[in-house]
Ligand binder design. Sequence first.
Ligand SMILES: Cc1ncc(COP(=O)(O)O)c(C=O)c1O
Length: 389
Amino acid sequence: MAYAGKAHLCLTLIRLLAEEQLGLDVVSGGELYLARQAGFPLAAVHFHGNNKSAAELEMALPPSPPLAGGVGRIVVDNHHELELLEALAARRGVQAKVWLRLSPDVDVHTHTYNKTGLADSKFGFPLASDDAERAVQAALASTHLELVGLHTHLGSQAFETEPFAAAVEALLAFAVEMGRKHGFRLQELSPGGGWGVPYHESDPPAAIEDYVRAISLAVIEGCARHRLPLPRLTLEPGRSIVGPAGVALYTVGARKTIPGVRTYVAVDGGMADNLRPALYGVRYTALVANKAHQPAEEVVTIVGKFCESGDWLIRDISLPKLEPGDLLAMPVAGAYHLPLSSNYNLALRPAVVWVKDGHARLVQRRETYEDLVVRDLQPALQKGLPEFL
Ligand SMILES: Cc1ncc(COP(=O)(O)O)c(C=O)c1O
């Protein structure tokens, strides 16, 4: 089991993953840097991404011969990366264990922006053309890359198990063909992550057991059918691990009623800390934490404080009468919420507090105004300004 760090990552979470003996899937030099800073075992890291730079790949490779160090698996996405990685590893005289990311053209029922396994996708070697076969041949021919596995990721926020089983079958059938034609031996297999979580009362329940069972069965039955030895199976859930763990807390401020149209209630956050409603039209629910036992009295639209009309969090929700200072709690805010956040309008990113058994622990402090200028270069300011008033 490898946790997909893009869903939410900070040093304390990485330490917890290590304690729980989970692997970590990173998708950038930044996430890899954090893993290193936290002292996470790099052998348990998988490095994803469709356009890793030379500098990022160099971070991932073992530092020098012998082969120790470096991330456990580099998931090669395309031919450019395959050639680049081969050249970098050769220059350093090291070897890297790689998986190939394949695009099986399997659809999942989710938002278009969350689909990643279709033929028309920027990710992976398409199985539909000879791209994937050429990648296998090139990786097998390389003296600096060791091809140990195949990978795919269909998308995110998926609730049906059938597409995962179909993807496993596509990868196994490809492995058999590559074994027959080129002597490839499938040692490791990863059908990615992507299992969904309910955000809203109308979303279906999603038991993680269903996802794990469906994929495990597809691998076991598929391998038996194809007479393949069982590969080591890696799942990469992100959202389903951290999503339900998070609650976003907002303080209510201004309200505006347009008679016969709608009532807007603004909170002290919005699209800068949670882009998901604006980006994917996600439906959230909420509770007024300090009025949890009061009945719903009005239908309102919860908006943020940022300078875009698309800056909304929840459209048309029935809540007790909201007043300035009320505390609005939005559940299922643990995944892809803060990782997609920005400093738009120079907003300060919120603090992250972990709560367990009535105890609170600050794991990431709130940003300060000083944080907003750390990257700005100072000399021009030191010169002094002309008098102009
Ligand atoms: C390669 C890969 N693995 C795993 C994940 C995690 O997906 P989820 O958070 O939906 O489980 C993603 C998400 O985009 C991904 O791209």
